[in-house]
Design a protein around this ligand. Sequence first.
Ligand SMILES: [Zn+2]
Length: 295
Amino acid sequence: MRNFVIDPFPNEHVFSWLLRMYNLSGYGTFLDYQKSLGINDRFLHANKVFSITTETLVNLMDDREDAIKSHTTVPLWQLSIGPILNNNKISLGSFNHISEELTFSFDTYWHSCDECRTEDLDKYGTTYWHTPHQLPSIFTCYKHLCSLEKSLSPVRNLFEEIFPHDVNQWLPLLSAPNDIQTDWQSFYLYLNELSKVQVESILKLKTRLFDILELESKSQEERLKKARAQSLRLESELPDSLLGYLFRDYHPKTKRTKKIDIVSASLVNLARDNGERHPIFLSVLAYWQRAALNF
Ligand SMILES: [Zn+2]
């Protein structure tokens, strides 16, 4: 039997596309349809970027680079792991995620926009999950500039076959964003755009930050000590409302005394065996050092 594949909608997330194709395919179960494409994935999470599933799906599209840019949130991960776009030799299935369940304060489940849902129903007869709505820490729709929404009962996993029109009650992702959160969002979107159109500047960022923060040392122990001191500087210079919005360790509700060392986690203590560090980390450092970086 030939693979059943149709075109994705504009900016449709690959997992949304996968679910929609299954619905139209005539296969009895979602896993049966997945198996016809050579995949087997019960965990279709909004914040999962590295998997055989993603790799298989982007390769089903005509243009792999465009597929990654428009249908996944992979591009900014180049900050952490190096070149991915325009590099057919690297498989998105060859990387691992660090377990991040307890790392971030912002909502990491599937998000949608009220106006997009109305428009999509009108135009396509269905809603779908948009890629830019799933960018981590982003709370504004790229098309309508209105607040993004999350489901009252969180949509964690598209394996449960949920589209935006299946959700009963939506809540704003961030009811009253403050100036610093808005400023952060603009910066993060700027970095995300650079990661698609000026990849070189993103690839150099890690080394530039390492130099700006003067972390070079003969021993790893010395580097960690320097990183610790820089993290304390970062904590005193970035507002609590931003660090608390991004990291659970800094959220007032958590009251953790031992907090993650952001500089060390991003630039010094890189234990690859555990997986790849989320690009939010290096993005925070870039935001903090944006003047020195000329951003
Ligand atoms: Zn919208």
